[in-house]
Design a protein around this ligand. Structure first.
Ligand code: GDP
Ligand code: K
Ligand code: MG
Length: 301
């Protein structure tokens, strides 16, 4: 006789939504680690990033595998195609979908709605950034979403101010299937350490440069050597044009030095070790449109 498995919960929780609604901020709050990079610019997140949380809820141990994903957009580059493939993949695996919408967003013709049809999993509509609104407006928006998509639950939150996160956690954990853990207890993520080194540098590029520069940049870690007392990291910053290389480096190299310092400080906090960081800037013409380059930079699954 098959005995139903009831002593552990585990599952995949996908965080999806349009750009800039606060998906990465929420992911970090839920995982309790600064795992996904956050900036005020759309399309900061390019990959599916898993963050694993182990714990206990009402005496039953659980393993939550959250996936942060790129914002849903209409692809303009090959790069965007692979970004959207990551989103679709995460929906297909999902046991619970966290569909994040911000309070100011229009409900009609929402880009994410066609994608939701791919998911068999329960959908929790997360209404984020309620700190920018009042109760009356929040209630009205919740009613609008209820009428439009009939989600399994609607939870208004502020990811930035960590408001109502406990309610959201409850909505997730109670929908998590009974299942043995998928990952080892000490695993925090599915991505290697060098991935986070490159993401930290990308965040600094997004924060320090304007217009096309962040979107035209990619970071490749060419060396990641862990020694007893420090980590030696060599990073290549790739841009699409020569003029962009000059902008990245800045006058007398001051801009490159600035992002290098900011990145090193964050890396030392993330890895808990001293970091020696060396950066090079290289032109890789039109890398965002080239399939072989995208593959080389890890945009395939
Ligand atoms: P993503 O593109 O969906 O991953 O969004 P991010 O997490 O990168 O956040 C986009 C911007 O929204 C950042 O400037 C965040 O600080 C901001 N943000 C995220 N959550 C909230 C929130 O609850 N309230 C407010 N006011 N801003 C938020
Ligand atoms: K963003
Ligand atoms: Mg993001």
């Amino acid at each position: 006789i098959a005995v139903p498995f009831r002593n552990h919960r585990a599952g995949f929780v996908s965080i999806i939504g349009k750009p800039n609604v606060g998906k990465s901020t929420l992911m970090n709050v839920l995982v309790g680690e600064r795992m996904s990079i956050i900036t005020s610019k759309a399309q900061t997140t390019r990959h599916r990033i898993m963050g694993i949380l182990n714990g206990k809820h009402e005496d039953i141990p659980f393993q939550l595998v959250y996936s942060d994903t790129p914002g849903v957009i209409k692809p303009a580059y090959k790069l965007h195609d692979s970004m959207m493939t990551f989103v679709k993949g995460s929906l297909e695996d999902a046991d619970v979908v966290l569909f994040v919408a911000e309070i100011g967003e229009k409900v009609a013709d929402h880009e994410v709605l066609p994608l939701l049809k791919r998911a068999d999993a329960p959908v929790v509509l997360v209404l984020n950034k309620i700190d920018l609104s009042d109760q009356e407006h929040v209630d009205a928006k919740m009613a609008e979403w209820e009428a439009a998509i009939q989600p399994d639950a609607i939870v208004p939150i502020s990811a930035l101010h960590q408001a109502n996160i406990a309610t959201l956690f409850d909505a997730v954990i109670t929908r998590l299937p009974f299942h043995p853990p998928y990952f080892g207890e000490d695993e925090l993520t599915d991505k290697p350490e060098r991935f986070f080194a490159s993401e930290i540098i990308r965040e600094k590029i997004f924060l320090n440069y304007r217009q096309e520069i962040p979107y035209s940049s990619e970071v490749v870690i060419s060396e990641f050597k862990e020694r007893d007392d420090m980590i030696v990291i060599r990073a290549e910053i790739l841009v699409e044009r020569k003029s962009q290389k000059g902008i990245i480096i800045g006058e007398k190299g001051e801009m490159l030095k600035k992002i290098g310092t900011q990145a090193r400080i964050d890396m030392e906090a993330f890895f808990g070790k001293k970091v020696f960081l060396e950066q090079h800037v290289r032109v890789e013409p039109d890398w965002r449109s080239k399939e072989n380059k995208l593959r080389q930079f890890g945009y395939d699954e």
